[in-house]
Design a protein around this ligand. Structure first.
Ligand SMILES: [Zn+2]
Ligand SMILES: [Zn+2]
Length: 409
């Protein structure tokens, strides 16, 4: 049943859902997205009472990740819209940004086409925000749609036309935002965006954007060596949190930082290790690892469970900690390798769950540094296990292997 005209040009694989819906608005001669959405709702009401209410009236809340609850109703509504437009099944769902079931160290993420991206890297993800969504005028001239990649805060260039994206209207200087303006080709002042002049982007910026988003890995920089784009975002997220980088310059700064990896990271950790003794209030074997090194372990990228290979930052840190323990053998006087690791940190190092760590403790494989009441659960965030013992236990399985440390039964 076709109720709406579908645009002559089918959805592009890299188009945003909002962009395609604006093309539907134009093609069907509606005055605004709201008129279209009310018409769609009315039609859906007949077809599926549950799903019709899930179809958003406002364009800025259209995308699936905006659904507060019941995102499956939103999906069903999109499926029904596909049939109203006479499109093949899943054609619109392929354009949507979904809430991801993964998180970047607790920060929520969105998902599209196999890639997870921290939500904080998505432009205009907060409906209250007034951020711009930049454009490439050459892309608009060629195909007249908005690309999903323009929504990624870390990207400010068009790799196809090798130019910088434009954030502000050259005529009225207002931030460009096609969702707010409900127009793919005009600014709200009437300026035709394809007439804007884009400056030439630097070769370095283009290479960074290209390497970040391409499926193959690039051998020159560990940041881009991972074949999974999600892992690259995990590295950027880690870098940004650790070094308080600004989203706009994060890709550039991280690109430079990781080109000296891991020597620069090891130098930084060596400085912390050398000063550790001067920071002590109690002896090393009564001091939490966290007290000296901060969130070094707990901030490690943690998408691993879903990835084929361990994250390169995790591999580098595990190697550092292993060497730290080797360089500081057990002696009468406690040393830096006797610092105390929490359950949550041990789980990160061994790449397993808190539950497994409790079992290793109950089985006597990991010893607590102080006497626990058997029935009390240990707070997962306080230092209890000696770093030395956790690392030695890990090394007994071979280096950097992902494996179960206990059988599942
Ligand atoms: Zn372009
Ligand atoms: Zn304008």
């Amino acid at each position: 049943m076709t109720f709406l005209f579908s645009p002559k040009v089918r959805p592009f694989v890299d188009e945003t859902l909002e962009s395609y819906l604006l093309r539907v608005v134009a093609e069907n001669f509606f005055g605004s997205y709201e008129e279209l959405s009310l018409a769609i709702r009315e039609e859906l009401h007949e077809l599926d009472f549950d799903a019709h209410g899930a179809f958003p009236i406002e364009l800025k809340t259209l995308n699936v990740y905006h659904a507060k609850h019941n995102s499956h109703f939103r999906m069903r509504a999109l499926g029904l819209l596909e049939s109203l437009l006479g499109l093949p099944a899943f054609e619109l769902q392929k354009l949507a940004l979904f809430k991801s079931d993964k998180s970047f160290n607790g920060a929520s993420a969105v998902h599209r086409d196999g890639v997870d991206i921290p939500l904080c890297y998505i432009r205009y993800s907060d409906e209250k925000g007034k951020s711009s969504i930049p454009i490439c005028p050459h892309c608009l001239t060629e195909d007249g749609y908005v690309k999903q990649v323009w929504h990624i805060k870390l990207i400010d260039v068009c790799v196809k036309h090798r130019c910088n994206l434009i954030h502000h209207c050259p005529q009225c200087q207002q931030p460009l935002n096609y969702i707010e303006n409900e127009s793919l080709i005009y600014c709200s002042c009437g300026f035709e965006l394809s007439k804007a002049e884009a400056s030439i982007a630097s070769k370095g910026d283009i290479a960074l954007a290209e390497n970040l988003m391409k499926a193959e890995y690039s051998p020159n920089n560990p940041l881009f060596q991972s074949s999974s784009i999600s892992q690259r975002f995990a590295a950027l997220f880690w870098y940004q949190k650790r070094y308080s980088a600004d989203s706009a310059s994060c890709l550039k700064e991280a690109g430079t930082f990781f080109s000296h990896w891991p020597e620069n990271f090891y130098d930084e950790l060596d400085r912390v290790s050398e000063n550790a003794e001067s920071k002590l209030i109690e002896l090393f074997n009564h001091t939490a690892f966290h007290f000296i090194y901060g969130d070094l372990i707990s901030s490690l990228p943690n998408l691993n469970a879903h990835e084929k290979e361990p994250h390169f930052i995790r591999v580098a840190l595990n190697l550092y900690l292993t060497r730290l323990v080797e360089r500081n053998p057990k002696s009468k006087k406690p040393n830096v390798a006797d610092l105390l690791i929490s359950i949550s940190e041990a789980a990160r190092i061994l790449d397993t769950s808190h539950e497994q760590i409790y079992r290793l403790y109950q089985d006597g494989i990991l010893r607590s540094s102080f006497r626990q009441k058997m029935r009390n659960r240990i707070n997962p965030h306080i230092g209890v296990f000696f770093l030395r013992e956790v690392i030695e236990y890990k090394c007994s399985f071979g280096r950097d292997k992902q494996r179960m440390y206990l059988s599942a039964w």
